[in-house]
Design a protein. Structure first.
Length: 113
């Protein structure tokens, strides 16, 4: 019985040691859940990080759109410039009309005085 009792004692001690380890882990988990301040801080840090990531993505997207829009505007301006160089007559007519309008307005203004 001495040999059998010794095995039982060792088995009980091992079981007690495992139970203590499990209990310690359980207590740590409960303490972490009970620490509301730390949980709120962690949650705020995570939200802050998500917002930074989203802001970075938005900035990158806006820069891409601005670059595309600027490229489109540049292309259109170049096309219009080429059209004017190839056929300046319509633009000359518009410019002459603007000059004539200014002259007429100046004449009318001079008569009023």
């Amino acid at each position: 019985m001495t040999g059998n009792g010794r095995v039982d004692t060792e088995a009980l001690r091992e079981e007690i040691r495992r139970t203590r380890v499990e209990l310690g882990e359980t207590m740590e988990a409960l303490a972490a859940k009970a620490d509301v301040k730390a949980r709120l801080k962690e949650s705020a840090d995570q939200a802050r990080q998500r917002m930074r990531e989203r802001a970075g993505q938005t900035v990158a997207r806006m820069r891409g759109q601005a670059a595309r829009t600027a490229g489109d505007a540049r292309t259109q301006a170049q096309r219009k410039g080429e059209q004017v160089r190839r056929n300046p007559a319509p633009w000359a007519v518009v410019a002459a009309g603007a000059v004539a309008t200014v002259v007429v307005l100046l004449v009318l203004r001079g008569r009023r005085r």
